[in-house]
Design a protein around this ligand. Structure first.
Ligand code: NAD
Length: 511
Protein backbone atom coordinates (compact mmCIF):
# COMPACT_ATOMS: atom_id res chain seq x y z
CA UNK A 1 0.00 0.00 0.00
CA UNK A 2 1.55 3.35 -0.90
CA UNK A 3 0.63 6.81 0.28
CA UNK A 4 -1.47 8.61 -2.31
CA UNK A 5 -1.69 11.94 -0.60
CA UNK A 6 1.55 13.39 -1.87
CA UNK A 7 0.89 16.51 -3.85
CA UNK A 8 3.35 18.58 -5.82
CA UNK A 9 6.97 17.45 -5.78
CA UNK A 10 9.11 19.91 -3.83
CA UNK A 11 10.85 22.54 -5.88
CA UNK A 12 14.54 21.85 -5.68
CA UNK A 13 16.61 24.98 -5.54
CA UNK A 14 20.24 24.46 -4.65
CA UNK A 15 21.15 28.00 -5.60
CA UNK A 16 23.07 30.09 -3.16
CA UNK A 17 20.11 32.15 -1.94
CA UNK A 18 22.36 34.27 0.22
CA UNK A 19 26.05 34.55 0.85
CA UNK A 20 25.51 35.62 4.45
CA UNK A 21 27.99 34.07 6.84
CA UNK A 22 26.63 33.93 10.36
CA UNK A 23 28.53 35.51 13.20
CA UNK A 24 28.99 34.69 16.84
CA UNK A 25 27.39 36.80 19.57
CA UNK A 26 30.10 37.56 22.10
CA UNK A 27 30.06 40.18 24.83
CA UNK A 28 27.10 41.94 23.19
CA UNK A 29 28.76 42.16 19.74
CA UNK A 30 28.26 40.12 16.57
CA UNK A 31 31.76 39.07 15.64
CA UNK A 32 33.36 37.14 12.82
CA UNK A 33 34.68 33.79 14.09
CA UNK A 34 38.32 32.94 13.52
CA UNK A 35 37.39 29.37 12.49
CA UNK A 36 37.57 29.41 8.69
CA UNK A 37 35.45 26.38 7.80
CA UNK A 38 31.74 26.71 7.22
CA UNK A 39 28.66 24.71 6.25
CA UNK A 40 25.60 25.58 4.21
CA UNK A 41 22.33 26.08 6.07
CA UNK A 42 19.49 24.88 3.86
CA UNK A 43 15.72 25.11 3.73
CA UNK A 44 14.59 21.45 4.01
CA UNK A 45 11.53 22.11 1.82
CA UNK A 46 13.45 23.55 -1.14
CA UNK A 47 17.12 22.78 -0.45
CA UNK A 48 17.86 26.48 -0.98
CA UNK A 49 20.90 27.76 0.87
CA UNK A 50 19.77 30.19 3.54
CA UNK A 51 23.14 31.12 5.03
CA UNK A 52 26.57 29.75 5.80
CA UNK A 53 27.35 28.71 9.34
CA UNK A 54 30.94 29.06 10.52
CA UNK A 55 32.51 26.18 12.41
CA UNK A 56 33.99 28.00 15.37
CA UNK A 57 37.37 27.02 16.70
CA UNK A 58 38.64 26.66 20.26
CA UNK A 59 39.76 30.29 20.04
CA UNK A 60 36.20 31.42 19.19
CA UNK A 61 34.79 29.43 22.09
CA UNK A 62 37.40 30.92 24.39
CA UNK A 63 36.31 34.42 23.40
CA UNK A 64 32.69 33.69 24.21
CA UNK A 65 33.44 31.95 27.49
CA UNK A 66 35.82 34.73 28.52
CA UNK A 67 33.14 37.34 27.76
CA UNK A 68 30.63 35.36 29.84
CA UNK A 69 33.09 35.02 32.72
CA UNK A 70 33.78 38.75 32.62
CA UNK A 71 30.07 39.56 32.84
CA UNK A 72 29.46 37.12 35.70
CA UNK A 73 30.52 39.12 38.80
CA UNK A 74 28.22 42.05 38.02
CA UNK A 75 25.34 39.84 36.87
CA UNK A 76 25.40 37.60 39.94
CA UNK A 77 25.44 40.74 42.11
CA UNK A 78 22.41 42.16 40.26
CA UNK A 79 19.41 42.02 42.62
CA UNK A 80 17.29 38.97 42.04
CA UNK A 81 14.18 41.08 41.40
CA UNK A 82 16.07 43.01 38.72
CA UNK A 83 17.07 39.74 37.08
CA UNK A 84 13.46 38.55 37.28
CA UNK A 85 12.33 41.76 35.58
CA UNK A 86 14.92 41.19 32.84
CA UNK A 87 13.19 37.85 32.29
CA UNK A 88 9.81 39.62 32.09
CA UNK A 89 11.30 41.84 29.37
CA UNK A 90 12.64 38.79 27.55
CA UNK A 91 9.21 37.19 27.73
CA UNK A 92 7.59 40.29 26.21
CA UNK A 93 10.25 40.59 23.51
CA UNK A 94 9.89 36.95 22.44
CA UNK A 95 6.13 37.16 22.55
CA UNK A 96 6.10 40.29 20.38
CA UNK A 97 8.25 38.45 17.81
CA UNK A 98 6.77 34.99 18.13
CA UNK A 99 5.35 34.79 14.60
CA UNK A 100 8.68 35.76 13.07
CA UNK A 101 10.43 33.16 15.23
CA UNK A 102 7.92 30.49 14.17
CA UNK A 103 8.46 31.32 10.51
CA UNK A 104 12.20 31.04 10.99
CA UNK A 105 11.77 27.61 12.58
CA UNK A 106 9.73 26.46 9.57
CA UNK A 107 12.17 27.94 7.09
CA UNK A 108 15.25 26.50 8.72
CA UNK A 109 14.12 23.23 10.33
CA UNK A 110 11.16 22.43 8.07
CA UNK A 111 8.29 21.67 10.49
CA UNK A 112 4.83 22.99 9.79
CA UNK A 113 4.07 26.55 10.79
CA UNK A 114 1.45 25.44 13.32
CA UNK A 115 3.96 23.11 14.91
CA UNK A 116 6.58 25.86 14.90
CA UNK A 117 4.13 28.24 16.57
CA UNK A 118 3.57 25.64 19.27
CA UNK A 119 7.31 25.24 19.71
CA UNK A 120 7.85 28.97 20.15
CA UNK A 121 4.97 29.14 22.64
CA UNK A 122 6.58 26.32 24.64
CA UNK A 123 9.88 28.18 24.61
CA UNK A 124 8.22 31.32 25.91
CA UNK A 125 6.62 29.25 28.68
CA UNK A 126 10.09 28.31 29.89
CA UNK A 127 10.85 32.01 30.21
CA UNK A 128 7.62 32.46 32.16
CA UNK A 129 8.55 29.61 34.49
CA UNK A 130 12.01 31.12 35.04
CA UNK A 131 10.37 34.43 36.04
CA UNK A 132 9.51 32.67 39.33
CA UNK A 133 13.14 32.93 40.37
CA UNK A 134 12.50 35.07 43.45
CA UNK A 135 10.31 32.37 44.94
CA UNK A 136 12.29 29.40 43.67
CA UNK A 137 15.70 30.60 44.84
CA UNK A 138 14.74 31.09 48.46
CA UNK A 139 17.00 29.11 50.77
CA UNK A 140 16.40 27.36 54.08
CA UNK A 141 17.08 28.28 57.69
CA UNK A 142 17.03 26.10 60.76
CA UNK A 143 17.28 28.08 63.95
CA UNK A 144 18.83 26.82 67.17
CA UNK A 145 20.43 23.58 65.94
CA UNK A 146 22.55 23.88 69.10
CA UNK A 147 22.61 26.50 71.80
CA UNK A 148 22.86 29.83 69.94
CA UNK A 149 23.67 28.13 66.63
CA UNK A 150 21.68 28.57 63.42
CA UNK A 151 22.16 26.95 60.02
CA UNK A 152 21.13 28.54 56.73
CA UNK A 153 21.41 27.36 53.15
CA UNK A 154 21.60 29.80 50.25
CA UNK A 155 21.70 28.88 46.57
CA UNK A 156 24.24 30.65 44.37
CA UNK A 157 24.92 30.58 40.62
CA UNK A 158 27.66 28.40 39.17
CA UNK A 159 29.36 30.91 36.85
CA UNK A 160 29.51 30.22 33.12
CA UNK A 161 27.12 27.59 31.82
CA UNK A 162 26.84 26.24 28.28
CA UNK A 163 24.03 24.66 26.31
CA UNK A 164 24.53 22.46 23.24
CA UNK A 165 21.28 21.95 21.39
CA UNK A 166 19.86 19.75 18.58
CA UNK A 167 18.26 20.64 15.26
CA UNK A 168 14.71 19.48 15.91
CA UNK A 169 13.56 22.28 18.26
CA UNK A 170 15.74 25.26 17.30
CA UNK A 171 13.65 27.74 19.35
CA UNK A 172 12.29 25.73 22.27
CA UNK A 173 15.36 23.81 23.36
CA UNK A 174 17.71 26.81 23.64
CA UNK A 175 14.89 28.34 25.70
CA UNK A 176 14.80 25.32 28.03
CA UNK A 177 18.14 26.54 29.33
CA UNK A 178 18.81 30.22 28.64
CA UNK A 179 16.10 31.70 30.90
CA UNK A 180 16.83 29.56 33.97
CA UNK A 181 20.58 29.92 33.53
CA UNK A 182 20.53 33.70 33.52
CA UNK A 183 17.67 34.13 36.01
CA UNK A 184 19.77 32.26 38.57
CA UNK A 185 22.68 34.66 37.95
CA UNK A 186 24.85 32.64 35.58
CA UNK A 187 26.24 33.79 32.27
CA UNK A 188 25.36 31.64 29.30
CA UNK A 189 26.99 30.35 26.11
CA UNK A 190 24.75 28.67 23.53
CA UNK A 191 26.04 26.36 20.80
CA UNK A 192 22.98 25.70 18.61
CA UNK A 193 22.72 22.97 16.00
CA UNK A 194 24.79 23.81 12.95
CA UNK A 195 21.95 22.46 10.82
CA UNK A 196 19.43 25.21 11.65
CA UNK A 197 21.09 28.05 13.54
CA UNK A 198 18.93 30.94 12.29
CA UNK A 199 16.35 30.88 15.10
CA UNK A 200 19.00 30.95 17.84
CA UNK A 201 20.63 33.87 16.06
CA UNK A 202 17.32 35.77 16.12
CA UNK A 203 16.73 34.93 19.80
CA UNK A 204 20.15 36.37 20.64
CA UNK A 205 19.43 39.48 18.57
CA UNK A 206 16.27 39.96 20.62
CA UNK A 207 18.20 39.40 23.87
CA UNK A 208 20.63 42.09 22.67
CA UNK A 209 17.75 44.59 22.47
CA UNK A 210 16.95 44.15 26.17
CA UNK A 211 18.79 46.74 28.21
CA UNK A 212 18.23 44.82 31.42
CA UNK A 213 20.36 41.93 30.12
CA UNK A 214 23.93 43.28 30.04
CA UNK A 215 26.44 42.41 27.34
CA UNK A 216 28.18 39.10 27.99
CA UNK A 217 25.33 37.52 29.97
CA UNK A 218 24.15 35.66 26.86
CA UNK A 219 26.57 34.56 24.13
CA UNK A 220 26.26 32.40 21.04
CA UNK A 221 28.93 30.33 19.33
CA UNK A 222 28.12 28.73 15.99
CA UNK A 223 29.82 25.51 15.07
CA UNK A 224 29.93 21.77 15.44
CA UNK A 225 32.20 19.23 17.07
CA UNK A 226 35.27 21.39 17.67
CA UNK A 227 33.15 24.08 19.33
CA UNK A 228 31.47 21.44 21.50
CA UNK A 229 34.77 19.84 22.51
CA UNK A 230 36.15 23.26 23.44
CA UNK A 231 33.12 24.03 25.62
CA UNK A 232 33.38 20.62 27.32
CA UNK A 233 36.98 21.17 28.30
CA UNK A 234 37.16 24.95 28.82
CA UNK A 235 38.29 25.60 32.40
CA UNK A 236 35.87 28.51 32.84
CA UNK A 237 32.76 26.52 31.90
CA UNK A 238 31.07 25.23 35.06
CA UNK A 239 28.10 23.30 33.68
CA UNK A 240 26.86 21.86 30.41
CA UNK A 241 23.29 21.24 29.33
CA UNK A 242 23.00 19.01 26.29
CA UNK A 243 20.18 17.70 24.11
CA UNK A 244 20.77 15.39 21.14
CA UNK A 245 21.37 11.79 20.19
CA UNK A 246 22.20 9.28 22.90
CA UNK A 247 25.69 8.59 21.55
CA UNK A 248 26.46 12.31 21.61
CA UNK A 249 24.84 12.68 25.05
CA UNK A 250 27.09 9.97 26.47
CA UNK A 251 30.16 11.49 24.87
CA UNK A 252 29.30 14.98 26.11
CA UNK A 253 28.49 13.73 29.60
CA UNK A 254 31.69 11.73 29.99
CA UNK A 255 34.00 14.43 28.64
CA UNK A 256 32.39 17.21 30.64
CA UNK A 257 32.28 15.13 33.82
CA UNK A 258 35.92 14.21 33.40
CA UNK A 259 36.67 17.91 33.14
CA UNK A 260 34.83 18.44 36.46
CA UNK A 261 31.68 20.04 35.14
CA UNK A 262 28.08 19.55 36.13
CA UNK A 263 26.14 17.91 33.27
CA UNK A 264 22.60 17.17 32.21
CA UNK A 265 22.47 15.32 28.87
CA UNK A 266 19.13 14.50 27.28
CA UNK A 267 19.46 11.80 24.64
CA UNK A 268 17.44 9.91 22.07
CA UNK A 269 14.23 7.96 22.35
CA UNK A 270 12.15 5.05 21.17
CA UNK A 271 8.72 5.80 22.54
CA UNK A 272 5.93 3.23 22.62
CA UNK A 273 2.19 3.63 22.39
CA UNK A 274 0.09 1.06 24.21
CA UNK A 275 -3.17 0.95 22.26
CA UNK A 276 -5.86 -0.73 24.33
CA UNK A 277 -8.97 -2.09 22.61
CA UNK A 278 -11.19 0.11 24.82
CA UNK A 279 -9.54 3.35 23.63
CA UNK A 280 -11.80 6.02 22.17
CA UNK A 281 -10.96 5.37 18.48
CA UNK A 282 -10.93 8.89 17.04
CA UNK A 283 -8.82 10.34 19.84
CA UNK A 284 -6.46 7.37 19.57
CA UNK A 285 -5.96 7.73 15.81
CA UNK A 286 -5.48 11.50 16.03
CA UNK A 287 -3.05 11.16 18.94
CA UNK A 288 -0.97 8.39 17.37
CA UNK A 289 -0.76 9.98 13.93
CA UNK A 290 0.23 13.44 15.16
CA UNK A 291 2.87 11.90 17.42
CA UNK A 292 4.33 9.39 14.96
CA UNK A 293 4.23 11.53 11.83
CA UNK A 294 4.10 15.16 13.02
CA UNK A 295 7.41 16.96 12.40
CA UNK A 296 8.12 13.90 10.21
CA UNK A 297 8.80 11.89 13.37
CA UNK A 298 11.69 14.17 14.30
CA UNK A 299 10.71 14.67 17.93
CA UNK A 300 12.18 13.07 21.01
CA UNK A 301 8.58 12.53 22.14
CA UNK A 302 7.43 10.96 18.87
CA UNK A 303 5.78 7.60 19.37
CA UNK A 304 7.51 5.19 17.03
CA UNK A 305 6.36 1.77 18.23
CA UNK A 306 2.63 1.04 18.42
CA UNK A 307 1.89 -1.93 20.69
CA UNK A 308 -1.55 -3.02 19.58
CA UNK A 309 -3.32 -4.83 22.43
CA UNK A 310 -6.23 -7.27 22.30
CA UNK A 311 -7.36 -10.41 20.51
CA UNK A 312 -6.72 -10.83 16.79
CA UNK A 313 -9.87 -9.03 15.70
CA UNK A 314 -9.25 -6.11 18.07
CA UNK A 315 -5.66 -5.77 16.91
CA UNK A 316 -6.73 -5.77 13.25
CA UNK A 317 -9.41 -3.15 13.91
CA UNK A 318 -6.92 -0.81 15.61
CA UNK A 319 -4.37 -1.29 12.85
CA UNK A 320 -6.92 -0.67 10.10
CA UNK A 321 -7.94 2.63 11.74
CA UNK A 322 -4.33 3.78 11.99
CA UNK A 323 -3.58 2.91 8.37
CA UNK A 324 -6.72 4.64 7.10
CA UNK A 325 -5.81 7.77 9.07
CA UNK A 326 -2.18 7.75 7.93
CA UNK A 327 -3.19 7.38 4.29
CA UNK A 328 -5.09 10.65 4.53
CA UNK A 329 -2.12 12.69 5.76
CA UNK A 330 -0.77 15.34 3.44
CA UNK A 331 2.97 15.40 2.85
CA UNK A 332 4.52 18.72 1.86
CA UNK A 333 6.41 21.86 2.77
CA UNK A 334 6.04 23.12 6.33
CA UNK A 335 4.97 26.54 5.10
CA UNK A 336 1.96 25.04 3.27
CA UNK A 337 -1.04 25.17 5.65
CA UNK A 338 -2.39 21.91 4.16
CA UNK A 339 0.71 19.95 5.19
CA UNK A 340 0.52 17.32 7.94
CA UNK A 341 3.90 15.68 7.39
CA UNK A 342 6.80 18.06 6.75
CA UNK A 343 10.09 17.16 5.05
CA UNK A 344 12.91 15.62 7.05
CA UNK A 345 15.73 17.97 7.93
CA UNK A 346 17.69 17.04 4.79
CA UNK A 347 17.64 14.66 1.82
CA UNK A 348 20.44 12.72 3.54
CA UNK A 349 18.18 12.19 6.56
CA UNK A 350 15.42 10.83 4.30
CA UNK A 351 17.84 8.46 2.58
CA UNK A 352 19.05 7.23 6.00
CA UNK A 353 15.48 6.62 7.24
CA UNK A 354 14.46 4.88 4.01
CA UNK A 355 17.54 2.70 4.37
CA UNK A 356 16.44 1.62 7.85
CA UNK A 357 13.01 0.68 6.49
CA UNK A 358 14.58 -1.26 3.61
CA UNK A 359 16.78 -3.11 6.11
CA UNK A 360 13.75 -4.22 8.13
CA UNK A 361 11.99 -5.37 4.95
CA UNK A 362 15.06 -7.40 4.00
CA UNK A 363 14.84 -9.04 7.41
CA UNK A 364 11.26 -10.12 6.71
CA UNK A 365 9.18 -7.20 8.05
CA UNK A 366 5.70 -6.63 6.67
CA UNK A 367 5.18 -3.32 4.88
CA UNK A 368 1.80 -2.00 6.02
CA UNK A 369 2.06 1.49 4.51
CA UNK A 370 4.87 2.70 2.29
CA UNK A 371 5.68 6.41 2.24
CA UNK A 372 9.18 6.09 0.81
CA UNK A 373 10.20 8.31 -2.07
CA UNK A 374 13.56 6.67 -2.75
CA UNK A 375 16.32 8.00 -4.96
CA UNK A 376 18.70 10.90 -4.46
CA UNK A 377 16.57 13.46 -6.30
CA UNK A 378 13.48 13.09 -4.17
CA UNK A 379 14.37 15.84 -1.71
CA UNK A 380 13.75 15.52 2.02
CA UNK A 381 10.10 14.44 1.96
CA UNK A 382 8.89 11.05 3.07
CA UNK A 383 5.33 9.94 3.67
CA UNK A 384 3.99 8.08 6.71
CA UNK A 385 5.35 4.56 6.74
CA UNK A 386 4.06 1.67 8.86
CA UNK A 387 6.09 -1.52 9.19
CA UNK A 388 5.58 -4.70 11.18
CA UNK A 389 8.99 -6.28 11.84
CA UNK A 390 9.19 -10.04 11.92
CA UNK A 391 11.67 -10.20 14.78
CA UNK A 392 10.89 -8.50 18.13
CA UNK A 393 14.59 -7.62 18.34
CA UNK A 394 14.61 -5.92 14.91
CA UNK A 395 16.55 -2.64 14.69
CA UNK A 396 13.37 -0.84 13.61
CA UNK A 397 11.83 -1.70 17.00
CA UNK A 398 14.98 -1.01 19.02
CA UNK A 399 16.76 2.01 17.55
CA UNK A 400 15.63 5.59 17.14
CA UNK A 401 14.68 6.25 13.51
CA UNK A 402 13.82 9.96 13.68
CA UNK A 403 11.60 9.79 10.64
CA UNK A 404 7.90 9.24 9.82
CA UNK A 405 8.02 5.52 10.54
CA UNK A 406 5.76 3.61 12.91
CA UNK A 407 6.72 0.06 13.84
CA UNK A 408 4.01 -2.35 15.01
CA UNK A 409 4.06 -4.91 17.82
CA UNK A 410 1.13 -6.93 19.06
CA UNK A 411 0.31 -7.94 22.63
CA UNK A 412 -2.53 -10.02 24.10
CA UNK A 413 -2.93 -7.84 27.19
CA UNK A 414 -1.66 -4.79 29.07
CA UNK A 415 0.96 -6.67 31.11
CA UNK A 416 2.53 -8.04 27.95
CA UNK A 417 2.43 -4.57 26.37
CA UNK A 418 4.17 -2.99 29.36
CA UNK A 419 6.82 -5.70 29.23
CA UNK A 420 7.44 -5.02 25.54
CA UNK A 421 7.65 -1.25 26.13
CA UNK A 422 10.07 -1.75 29.03
CA UNK A 423 12.35 -3.99 26.97
CA UNK A 424 13.61 -0.83 25.21
CA UNK A 425 16.95 0.55 26.32
CA UNK A 426 15.39 4.01 26.02
CA UNK A 427 12.93 5.50 28.47
CA UNK A 428 12.01 8.95 27.27
CA UNK A 429 8.23 8.74 26.91
CA UNK A 430 5.39 6.24 26.67
CA UNK A 431 1.74 6.76 25.85
CA UNK A 432 -1.39 4.75 26.58
CA UNK A 433 -4.75 5.10 24.87
CA UNK A 434 -7.54 3.62 26.96
CA UNK A 435 -10.83 4.44 28.61
CA UNK A 436 -9.95 2.40 31.70
CA UNK A 437 -8.64 4.12 34.82
CA UNK A 438 -7.34 0.77 36.06
CA UNK A 439 -5.28 0.27 32.87
CA UNK A 440 -3.95 3.79 33.17
CA UNK A 441 -2.88 3.21 36.79
CA UNK A 442 -1.16 -0.08 35.96
CA UNK A 443 0.62 1.65 33.06
CA UNK A 444 1.74 4.57 35.23
CA UNK A 445 3.00 2.20 37.93
CA UNK A 446 4.82 -0.19 35.64
CA UNK A 447 6.24 1.72 32.73
CA UNK A 448 9.92 2.71 32.72
CA UNK A 449 9.94 6.18 31.17
CA UNK A 450 10.25 9.76 32.33
CA UNK A 451 7.26 11.28 30.54
CA UNK A 452 3.91 9.55 30.10
CA UNK A 453 0.88 10.42 28.01
CA UNK A 454 -2.60 9.18 28.84
CA UNK A 455 -4.78 9.62 25.75
CA UNK A 456 -2.18 12.22 24.74
CA UNK A 457 0.07 11.51 21.77
CA UNK A 458 2.90 13.95 22.50
CA UNK A 459 3.37 13.92 26.26
CA UNK A 460 5.44 17.10 26.57
CA UNK A 461 5.33 18.38 30.15
CA UNK A 462 4.74 22.11 30.49
CA UNK A 463 7.72 24.16 31.61
CA UNK A 464 6.82 24.08 35.32
CA UNK A 465 7.59 20.34 35.42
CA UNK A 466 10.90 18.57 34.81
CA UNK A 467 11.54 17.39 31.24
CA UNK A 468 13.74 14.34 30.58
CA UNK A 469 13.64 10.61 30.17
CA UNK A 470 15.05 7.60 31.96
CA UNK A 471 17.51 4.86 30.99
CA UNK A 472 19.50 5.56 27.79
CA UNK A 473 17.43 8.68 27.11
CA UNK A 474 19.18 10.70 29.82
CA UNK A 475 22.55 11.04 31.49
CA UNK A 476 22.64 13.11 34.63
CA UNK A 477 20.50 13.76 37.64
CA UNK A 478 18.57 17.02 37.37
CA UNK A 479 16.21 17.30 34.41
CA UNK A 480 15.53 20.32 32.21
CA UNK A 481 12.88 22.90 33.13
CA UNK A 482 10.83 23.24 36.31
CA UNK A 483 12.42 23.13 39.78
CA UNK A 484 15.18 20.85 38.49
CA UNK A 485 16.42 23.73 36.32
CA UNK A 486 16.77 26.09 39.29
CA UNK A 487 18.67 23.38 41.14
CA UNK A 488 20.89 22.51 38.17
CA UNK A 489 22.05 26.08 37.69
CA UNK A 490 22.79 26.78 41.37
CA UNK A 491 24.81 25.22 44.15
CA UNK A 492 24.06 25.16 47.82
CA UNK A 493 26.12 27.03 50.38
CA UNK A 494 25.41 26.14 53.99
CA UNK A 495 26.33 28.59 56.75
CA UNK A 496 26.50 27.52 60.40
CA UNK A 497 26.51 30.59 62.68
CA UNK A 498 27.02 31.29 66.31
CA UNK A 499 26.97 34.86 67.66
CA UNK A 500 28.55 34.69 71.08
CA UNK A 501 27.59 37.53 73.32
CA UNK A 502 29.97 38.95 75.90
CA UNK A 503 26.96 39.76 78.04
CA UNK A 504 25.32 37.02 80.11
CA UNK A 505 23.12 34.90 77.87
CA UNK A 506 19.53 36.08 77.73
CA UNK A 507 16.89 33.58 78.65
CA UNK A 508 15.69 31.45 75.75
CA UNK A 509 17.95 32.13 72.80
CA UNK A 510 21.27 30.83 74.15
CA UNK A 511 20.08 28.30 76.67
P1 NAD B 1 23.06 15.41 17.61
O1 NAD B 1 23.49 14.59 18.77
O2 NAD B 1 23.54 15.03 16.26
O3 NAD B 1 23.51 16.94 17.82
C1 NAD B 1 23.20 17.65 18.99
C2 NAD B 1 24.30 18.68 19.24
O4 NAD B 1 25.53 18.00 19.48
C3 NAD B 1 24.53 19.61 18.06
O5 NAD B 1 24.70 20.92 18.55
C4 NAD B 1 25.79 19.06 17.39
O6 NAD B 1 26.59 20.07 16.82
C5 NAD B 1 26.53 18.41 18.56
N1 NAD B 1 27.25 17.20 18.17
C6 NAD B 1 26.80 16.19 17.40
N2 NAD B 1 27.72 15.21 17.30
C7 NAD B 1 28.78 15.60 18.03
C8 NAD B 1 30.06 15.02 18.33
N3 NAD B 1 30.41 13.82 17.86
N4 NAD B 1 30.91 15.71 19.10
C9 NAD B 1 30.57 16.91 19.60
N5 NAD B 1 29.38 17.52 19.34
C10 NAD B 1 28.49 16.87 18.58
O7 NAD B 1 21.46 15.47 17.66
P2 NAD B 1 20.48 16.01 16.53
O8 NAD B 1 20.46 15.03 15.40
O9 NAD B 1 20.74 17.44 16.25
O10 NAD B 1 19.08 15.95 17.30
C11 NAD B 1 18.24 14.84 17.28
C12 NAD B 1 18.42 13.99 18.52
O11 NAD B 1 18.12 14.75 19.68
C13 NAD B 1 17.49 12.80 18.57
O12 NAD B 1 18.20 11.68 19.03
C14 NAD B 1 16.42 13.23 19.57
O13 NAD B 1 15.77 12.17 20.22
C15 NAD B 1 17.25 14.01 20.52
N6 NAD B 1 16.42 14.90 21.30
C16 NAD B 1 16.19 14.56 22.60
C17 NAD B 1 15.37 15.36 23.37
C18 NAD B 1 15.07 14.97 24.79
O14 NAD B 1 14.38 15.72 25.46
N7 NAD B 1 15.56 13.85 25.26
C19 NAD B 1 14.79 16.51 22.83
C20 NAD B 1 15.05 16.83 21.50
C21 NAD B 1 15.89 16.01 20.74
Amino acid sequence: MSVQAHTVPPTRDSSNGTSERLRNYVGGEWIEPAGGEELDVRNPATDQILARVPLSSAEDVDRAVTAAAAAFPAWRATPVLTRARALFALREKLDANREELAQLVTLDMGKTLDDARGEVRRGIESVEAACAISGELKGEVLEQVAGGVDVEMVRQPLGVVAAITPFNFPAMIPLWFLPYAIATGNCFVLKPSERDPLTARRICELVGEIEAIPAGVVNLVNGAHEAVDSLLTHPLVDAVSFVGQTTTARYVASRATEAGKRVQALGGAKNAFVLMPDAEPDAMVAGVLSSAFGAAGQRCLAGSVAIVVGDDAEQEATLARLVAGAEGLQVGAGADPATDVCPLVSPEARIRVEGMVAGALDRGAGLVLDGRREGGEAGAEMGPTIVEPADPADELLREEIFGPVLAIRRAPDLDAAIEIANSSRFGNAAMIFTSSGASMRAFRFGIEAGMLGVNVGVAAPIAWFPFAGWKDSFVGDLHANGRDAFAFYTRAKVVTSRWPSPAPATAGAAS
